[in-house]
Design a protein around this ligand. Structure first.
Ligand code: ADP
Ligand code: MG
Length: 602
């Protein structure tokens, strides 16, 4: 039998590859604009006609190409961006496959004009279905201009498959917006059939957001920022009441690349939980910066999915940073200053004019604010235009009590400035302002790390129970307990089989309170199962988490000063003190400058 296998001609191979890279005009727009960004352009102009079906052109002022490079750029797998496989793991450019131009040239009539900044003449190349029709020197601007005409002209099936102009244009807009958002330092223009749709000057991200989405956004943005060893997170969130019925305005970028991630979107949405009207979606533009060695961008040809090597850690940071941003910018009254709230509700009920008078009368007098007597004098015989509460209920007095509480404890050292707020938080003075520790979240973190360590090193102390308790499980749970017996004992429990599906708890971890052994053990197994359904973590981590959750001190528990101090000290020797095991922040620092801004201090 004769040999029958043949290599496909390049033009056909390119057409096939094009199906992967170029699905519609919007994908061409994305590829061309990304190339301009990679070429370090500071101005990028996109011109389209008929939703890109007849023309899409990208003009940039980037570094341009030499004559040879211009020709080479149209070859498949021709790229200037990576040289070897390892480069994939330190990628900083948008493109790297070297497929886009070859693919576009295979399925359109493509014209390229390009010039290196220092050359006098540039190069023009005309290609039709991978056939180079013309290549010659030309007078042109520095940078590169590429026109893609009549996309899929040679593949009718694909061309017919395109959607209506409105729908294709929508896709183009999406790509344009994503790139414009992730590169606010570059100026962008979008010209649709001779009208300028967008003209975006270079600027800061917040300015870019406003120039794309409109003025009303200005008031609605809360900055979000977090810097950890693993990732840096920056960006803006829309306030909850600004949330839209449509999901469209949610943007997540990893190393400036737009990505879709249901998982991380879930982190953002969880942070907003309880604050949004039903079926509404908050605006967000968030950027994650991460060392490229921790991600794999190579999983999807159109590159909107990526893999993190530790997705759960990223999730925890996103969740907590967004929560923090929502709280810190008073999108919710997370920091519950009753005092402020009282004044504000009062003021909003009053007319604008009386507001001013009220403020003037109350706050413009020069007084010694540290002296309670002076304050009382001010409120005595007060005839402000609004009905004002009695002095004891006044906001400034509450603030003052708060302050004197601080004063009492601040006599000696900073160490001592520590008190419990609503039996939930521990407040402590720190150099940059005021630290508020969530006692429950912090304790969970401390216990979690401790338990994890104990399981690993089998180092837990056990405390004999006075009256060993028998616990009967259903068959499945009993099997689970038996399966984990070793780890459970490593935590300090002592159990033995005691009849059918029953265990006897003879000892409990030395460090947790000795009452309620039965509840503790049952709770541990229950929590373990809940975790198992929600997360995929190793057994030992799950156990440590479950016990930390069940054994931690709870909100509402009064603490002695020594206990508060010990808790804070133990928290800050943890490996990851910032978050509880399930990603809630453990503490928050209320910055002195922020506090001062509440008092109109310059
Ligand atoms: P990739 O971007 O994956 O490298 P492309 O096919 O998109 O592959 O581009 C091939 C090469 O052509 C790029 O690596 C780059 O060297 C060059 N190139 C493409 N577009 C431009 C441009 N606008 N300015 C300068 N060089 C470009
Ligand atoms: Mg490219």
């Amino acid at each position: 039998m004769p040999d029958i296998i043949q290599l496909l001609p390049d033009s056909i191979a390119n057409q096939i590859a094009a199906g992967e890279v170029v699905q519609r005009p919007a994908s061409a727009v994305k590829e061309l604009m990304e190339n301009s960004i990679d070429a370090e352009a500071t101005q990028i102009k996109l011109i389209i006609k008929e939703a890109g079906k007849t023309l899409l052109q990208v003009i940039d002022n980037g570094k341009g190409m030499s004559e040879t490079d211009a020709r080479m750029s149209l070859e498949r797998h021709a790229t200037s961006k990576i040289r070897k496989a390892e480069d994939l793991f330190s990628l900083r450019t948008m493109g790297f496959r070297g497929e886009a131009l070859a693919s576009l040239a295979a399925v359109s009539q493509l014209e390229m004009k390009t010039r290196l900044p220092d050359d006098e003449l540039g190069t023009i190349l005309v290609v039709e279905g991978s056939d180079v029709k013309k290549q010659e020197p030309v007078v042109c601007e520095k940078g590169t201009s590429i026109s893609v005409k009549n996309l899929f002209y040679n593949i009718p099936a694909r061309r017919n498959f395109l959607k209506s102009n409105a729908s294709e244009y929508q896709h183009i807009l999406e790509e344009f917006q994503r790139l414009a958002l992730s590169h606010p330092e570059i100026s962008f223009q979008l010209i649709e059939t001779d009208t300028i749709e967008y003209d975006l000057p270079p600027g800061k991200l917040s300015q870019r957001i406003v120039s794309i989405f409109g003025k009303p956004y200005q008031e609605q943005l809360a900055p979000c920022h977090e810097d950890t060893a693993l990732i840096k997170l920056t960006g803006y969130l829309g306030k909850p009441h600004f949330a839209k019925k449509k999901r469209g305005e949610q943007f997540l970028f990893v190393n400036k690349r737009f990505i879709r991630s249901n998982y991380l979107n879930h982190a953002v949405m969880s942070a907003f939980e309880g604050l949004l009207p039903e079926n509404s979606f908050p605006f967000y533009v968030l950027f994650i910066e991460i060392d490229p060695k921790h991600i794999d961008v190579n999983v999807h040809p159109t590159k909107t999915e990526i893999k993190f090597d530790d997705e759960r850690a990223v999730y925890a940071v996103v969740l907590s940073a967004v929560r923090q941003a929502i709280g810190a910018h008073n999108l919710t009254p997370a920091i519950d200053f009753n005092a402020d709230v009282n004044i504000i509700t009062k003021l909003t009920n009053a007319s604008a004019q009386s507001k001013e008078v009220y403020f003037e009368e109350r706050f413009s007098r020069s007084i010694d604010r540290t002296n309670l007597e002076n304050w009382e004098k001010i409120f005595e015989g007060d005839n402000s235009p609004m009905e004002v509460k009695k002095p004891e209920e006044q906001a400034p007095l509450q603030t003052l009590r708060f302050e004197s509480a601080l004063n009492q404890t601040s006599e000696v050292t900073e160490e001592k400035v520590c008190f419990q707020l609503h039996q939930r938080y521990i407040v402590k003075q720190v150099r940059s302002g005021m630290m508020i520790v969530d006692q429950q979240a912090a304790h969970e973190r401390i216990l979690f790390e401790k338990f994890l360590h104990q399981i690993k090193h089998k180092s837990a102390q056990s405390q004999q129970t006075l009256f060993p308790q028998a616990i009967t499980f259903n068959a499945a749970d009993f099997a689970l307990v038996m399966e984990m017996q070793q780890e459970i004992e490593a935590l300090g429990f002592r159990i033995e089989i005691f009849g059918k599906n029953t265990v006897l708890v003879r000892g409990v971890p030395g460090t947790v309170s000795s009452r309620g052994e039965k509840e503790l053990f049952e709770g541990l197994i229950e929590q373990f199962k809940i975790n198992q359904a929600e997360l995929s973590v190793p057994l030992s981590e799950n156990l440590a988490r479950a016990l930390a959750k069940r054994a931690s001190l709870k909100s509402g528990q009064a603490l002695l000063r020594e206990e508060m101090k010990a808790l804070i000290d133990s928290l800050f020797v943890c490996t990851s003190p910032n978050y509880s095991p399930d990603g809630r922040p453990t503490f928050f620092i209320f910055d002195l400058t922020k506090i001062e801004s509440y008092f109109n201090r310059p």
